[in-house]
Design a protein around this ligand. Structure first.
Ligand code: VAH
Length: 316
């Protein structure tokens, strides 16, 4: 059995779908602090209400299902955490401690925990950011993710816990809506284009950020989790890259299908967050250790996103 905590989130919804397709729905328990709008998640397989800050409830769920793997995805993302710093720290850190301790105490074989390019800061080299480099994050989210990475490595060293992690770039998918991220513009923009509306972008047009199409993120996650333990050389979190683009470039990519689509730029407080992050990522270590290889570039993602968004009913 696999337990997905935060199954109602942008990544959680997609990962739960993917895991249920691969292993059978009944073997994948979806858990979230609230019932997801995506009814399919609790209709297709086991669902549990779980606030990861409630240690007793977490222990109860793990004792009931005895999962071999736990994917802990519940967190406040960058923009939301900046508005709720204390809760952002509490959920991102105490939630992680609860999962790591429960995994050690109850014999969970593997834990997956997502990190982010947000662990880098304004004085990190921005082009081809290395795996090992200066890490001075200046967002609550980035601070919590960097601390979390160090704790994951500590639990691996001190308890032998097989916890694995990836520093995701901005993730873009059509099955779920993002919640409170700085890279969310790259999802919102596709919905506007398909709806025949123009888009007001909250980042400036030449803001380059590392990004990844959701199928690549899901493949990377499962490839990492299936790699032999002795091939995993990084127990903090792996740099992971696929492409980098700016709002100007994704707009041009969309205009190949919607020539009249227009974007205006009105940077808000998320611009400062984006400016503190890398423009591109060096993921050589992931490619060497477990053969990481992205499949999607910007135009291939755009073609696939627009195709599905025209059909898919995305839960508002
Ligand atoms: C965010 N989508 O914007 C997340 C992610 C790299 C970005 O961490 O906060």
């Amino acid at each position: 059995t696999i337990l997905v905590i935060g199954a109602g989130g942008q990544l959680g919804l997609e990962l739960t779908h993917e895991l249920r397709q691969r292993y059978g729905a009944s073997h994948v328990v979806a858990a979230d602090v609230r019932t997801p709008k995506d009814l399919e998640i609790q209709q297709a397989g086991p669902f549990e209400l779980l606030d990861v800050l409630d240690k007793n409830r977490l222990t109860e769920v793990i004792q009931q299902y005895k999962p071999k793997q736990v994917y802990h995805l519940a967190a406040l993302l960058s923009a939301t955490a900046e508005k709720n710093p204390k809760f952002g720290w509490q959920l991102n850190m105490d939630g992680l401690f609860h999962v790591l301790d429960a995994a050690v105490d109850l014999g969970v074989e593997q834990v997956y925990w997502p990190s982010s390019i947000a662990v880098f800061g304004p004085d990190t080299p921005r082009q081809n950011t290395p795996q090992l480099t200066i890490m001075n994050p200046n967002t609550v989210y980035g601070i919590s993710k960097l601390a979390g990475e160090q704790w994951c490595e500590w639990y691996f060293r001190k308890h032998g816990l097989d916890v694995r992690s990836l520093r995701y770039p901005g993730l873009i998918g059509y099955k779920s809506l993002p919640g409170g991220g700085t890279t969310d513009y790259a999802v919102d923009i596709y919905h506007k284009a398909v709806a025949g509306e123009n888009y007001e972008c909250f980042l400036s047009e030449d803001t380059y950020l590392p990004m990844m199409y959701m199928p690549d993120a899901l493949k990377a996650t499962l490839d990492l989790m299936h790699a032999p333990a002795d091939s995993i050389k990084v127990r903090s979190s792996y740099n992971l890259g696929a492409m980098s683009f700016s709002p100007r470039e994704i707009t041009a990519s969309i205009q190949r299908h919607y020539p009249d689509f227009q974007v205006t730029y009105k940077p808000d407080q998320r611009q400062q967050i984006a400016d503190s992050w890398p423009a591109s990522i060096d993921d050589t270590q992931a490619r060497q250790d477990w053969n990481w290889q992205p499949q999607y570039n910007l135009d291939k993602m755009t073609d696939d996103m627009l195709l599905h968004l025209k059909e898919a009913v995305v839960l508002k």
